[in-house]
Ligand binder design. Structure first.
Ligand code: BES
Ligand code: ZN
Length: 402
């Protein structure tokens, strides 16, 4: 209690300090938060923040850029939200979010409602091949990098490792390729693996490759990120291996993505999703795997995040789990902010889902520290393999959607 009081005093004085020191000419940025945190934020930051618009439970705010670290701290403490807000490039992008939210709520553009799950003959044998040992081995390799930070040598080397791993998996298939998606403002590229189908309808399975040790960690601190998010990338890697080993020939185009720079504001996926939108790429479904190997909740295995995702697709993924991964219990929760790369796709109007490893109140508290290691997951990948099975079912069934 005493510590809590002290930390409250400390944070309050820091905010006061930053208020007084930088009251002159601050750079303003646009963020979105869940509206339930609006009045709290306004009370704490006073004139440094102004509300632009609120709709469907989301508020767009204009705020001093250097207030962001404090906002993040407060969100963490008072709302148990990790970052607690989503940063937007400009007012237009922030507004896109409100519009895409309304589109998806009211227009139901992308309906998964009447869809039959009937690819058992293809899916079941592949699901049986998904191997926890393979996932574990990849998590070990990814965690061995000092960090996978978006700036500096380590994050570049770990990106090259992912590219090589995926390139080795696709062997000599002429319909598949692995490419870097370069980002102009930092060192770490994103990686995109494509298996081309007959149609240009596109299905995306992605996760972020970068790791971070707190806000101050930088490019040299130890950040194994075994759960956040070596687990997701290793799960995706196993999905690729199974599809290729079974010579799976998709009808639609499949894209597997390892995004750069998620931990610093979803930067990599934002550039990719807006590039896809600009080029009018017909993405019919996005699944985000960010943290798959810590079973925090006693009963639930897979938790579908409701916010910044497509309701219909979420239900569809739920029925995929029921059908193909029986015995696995799933439910719903919400991040309370755009907590991962699914939000970048959602903001551009694409249907996205974020099946997560636990509920928010049972989350892995070692993430973003040097202790985000496999020890937390008892040195096995028995939780992550459920996500690999689900993702195989999702891809093959969506690939056969008429
Ligand atoms: N994997 C986390 C998001 C997460 C953490 C979801 C805990 C659910 C429970 C992700 O890598 C992350 O840390 N995201 C940032 C987002 C921000 C930079 C926009 C966060 O939560 O601070
Ligand atoms: Zn993450």
């Amino acid at each position: 209690m005493k510590i809590k009081l002290l930390s409250r005093l400390f944070i309050t004085s820091l905010i006061f300090l930053s208020l007084t020191v930088s009251a002159v000419e601050d750079k303003k940025v646009f963020i979105s938060i869940d509206s339930d945190a609006l009045s709290f934020t306004q009370k704490k930051f006073g004139p440094r923040v102004s509300e632009i618009e609120s709709r469907d439970g989301i508020s767009i705010l204009k705020i001093d850029e250097d207030a962001l670290p404090w906002l993040s701290l407060l969100m963490h403490r008072n709302f148990n939200r990790c970052g607690g807000f989503m940063l937007h490039d400009d007012a237009i992008e922030a507004n896109n979010l409100l519009n895409s939210q309304s589109d998806q709520l009211y227009a139901k553009k992308n309906s998964f409602v009447d869809y039959k799950i009937d690819q058992d003959a293809t899916v079941k044998p592949m699901i049986d091949q998904a191997s926890p040992a393979n996932i574990l081995a990849t998590i070990v390799q990814l965690s061995a990098f000092q960090n996978r930070y978006y700036k500096g040598e380590f994050g570049k080397k770990s990106a090259a490792f992912i590219k090589d791993t995926w390139t080795n998996l696709i062997k000599n298939r002429s319909d598949a390729k692995v490419e870097y998606f370069q980002h102009p403002n930092w060192d770490q590229p994103s990686i995109i693996m494509t298996i081309k189908g007959q149609s240009d309808e596109t299905i995306v399975l992605g996760g972020h490759q970068d790791s971070i040790n707190g806000y101050m960690g930088g490019a040299s601190a130890r950040a194994p990120g075994s759960d956040d998010n070596a687990s997701g990338i290793s799960t995706i890697t196993e999905v690729i291996r199974v599809l290729i080993d079974n010579s799976y020939q998709p009808q639609k185009t499949l894209k597997f993505m390892a995004y750069a720079a998620e931990e610093v504001g979803l930067l990599g996926s934002k550039e990719i999703a807006s590039d896809f939108k600009k080029r009018n790429v017909n993405v019919i479904g996005v699944m985000q795997l960010d943290m798959t190997n810590f079973k925090g909740n006693e009963t639930l295995d897979i938790v579908m995040m409701r916010d910044y995702t497509n309701d219909e697709q979420n239900k569809f993924v739920g029925s995929i789990i029921d059908h193909y991964v029986p015995g696995i219990k799933w439910g719903f929760d919400k991040c309370g902010y755009g907590c991962s790369d699914h939000a970048s796709w959602h903001t551009q109007g694409y249907p996205a889902s974020m099946p997560f490893e636990a509920t928010m109140d049972t989350m892995n508290h070692k993430i973003h520290t040097a202790n985000d290691t496999l020890t937390v997951s008892n040195n096995n990948a028995s939780h992550a393999v459920k996500f690999a099975k689900m993702a195989i079912g999702y891809i093959v069934e969506l690939d056969h959607k008429l």
